[in-house]
Every structure is written in structure tokens, then in C-alpha cells.
Design a protein around this ligand. Sequence first.
Ligand code: SF4
Length: 255
Amino acid sequence: MTPDIFPEHKPLLSPPDANAKLRHSGTESHAAWSLSLSPTRPDTCPHSTAGCRAACVGSGGLAHAFPSIGDSRKLKTEFFTRQPDRFLSRLENEIRAVVSKNRDTGLTPLFRLNAFSDVVWELVAPQLFCIPGLKVYDYTKNPHRAPLPNYSLTFSRAEGNEAHALQWLERGDNVSVVFHELGNYSNHGAYAQRLPKKWRGFHVIDGDRSDFRCLDPVSKPGEPGYVIGLRLKGGIREREKAIETGFSVPSADWL
Ligand code: SF4
């Protein structure tokens, strides 16, 4: 039998402490395991835009600083595309093991399967969503997706998809919007950027307090969704590109 492309002794899921954002979001009651595929493949991020690719932490950030991290994500992505049955079987076993290990511990495991991708998991692997106790959350730029009871999806506004973002908000689903203020806000200074209270008439919630989007407020039936405000981060060049393309929205226009 052909061996798996991705080493069998390595897990596909990253534990909660492997991702700074997920680690900081963790609480005594919730922690998130994530799947990091490579966003550079057209089949993993088919709705990406020039602006989001420029600001993407999946290809910049740690993957840029430590090439071995980017290489591992690429190999995992090769495994997914070339040996999908083996990939999905391993992924399901890992998820079941995490859920089972944390049953009755008081900790609810969350899963982010598109840490740096936009795979339609509900169609690619519907069997995953039958796992009892499963809670998955992701951002998506695919306007045709819709949240499931155990799969929270936040539409991610970018340049060129604002009409879809407004449709999601109007039908009651949440949408993330990246905002910026001009100035030198690299590293932790990024958090000094102000978020507006409203964007296009919809209430803005501070999405940087936690990454756990599945715990965000959900609107009542018939009411519009919430805007999940995120501050533009990254290096100077990434910020410039995100602003220039319109991927990031100036807070000043809405304050
Ligand atoms: S869609 Fe998301 S993961 Fe893909 S390139 Fe854009 S920001 Fe990165």
C-alpha cells in the first residue's frame, strides 16, 4: 500500500497552543484545534482576492519567518488533494479523539478547519458533521455557503464582495470587516486602531477580543447580523497593499 504523503506520526490538527491567536482566545471552558492548509493553492482559497492574499497570515506571518511551517502546510495540502480519502479518515479520527478526550472535562473543544483556507467542508466531508459534540467555526469568502447548527460561518468582507457581505448581514448572519487607521501600527500597536460602532448601519462588535467566532452574538430571527470588526495587522508592505486594494476599510469613514 502506498504510504501517506503526510507523515503518519504527525497530526493534521494543530493543538490550541500552536496558534497565537487561538491560544490567546482560549479560556477554561473553550479551546480550539485548527487545520492549517496552505492558502496559496487556487483549490483551497477559490474566492480569495488580491487584497486578502496580500494581508493573509497563512502565507505571511510564521510561514514566512519559518519556511518549515509553510512547507508542512503545503505537504498537508498535497495530502488533502492527492489522497483525500486517507486525509479525511485521519482527520475524522483526530477530531473524534479530541472530542472523546474532553468529554466530561468541562472544556468544550472547538475546531477551525479553515485556518488559512476556504474548503467547503460541509460538502467535501459531510460525515464530519455527524460527530456528536462537534463544534466547528470558520470564516468564508464563498457567498454560497451557509452556517449549520454545528458549523458557524462568518462571511469575510473583502474588496469586490461587499454586495454579498450586505446580503449575509441582511439575512441575519455575521460578517467580518477589516478596519484600519493610518499611522505606524505594526505589531501590538495594531490594537490601538479604533473600530467604528456601526458600518453601513450594522452594529460592529470587536472581533479581536477572541477568535472564537462561534461564540459571537447571533441576531434574533428577522434581525440583521453583526459586523465582526477586525483591526488590520501585518507588516508595512502588507498593510499598504490591503489599504490600496480596498480589502481594509478606513475606520475614519465610519467613526
Ligand atoms: S481567503 Fe482567507 S485564507 Fe485565503 S488567501 Fe484570503 S485571507 Fe488568506
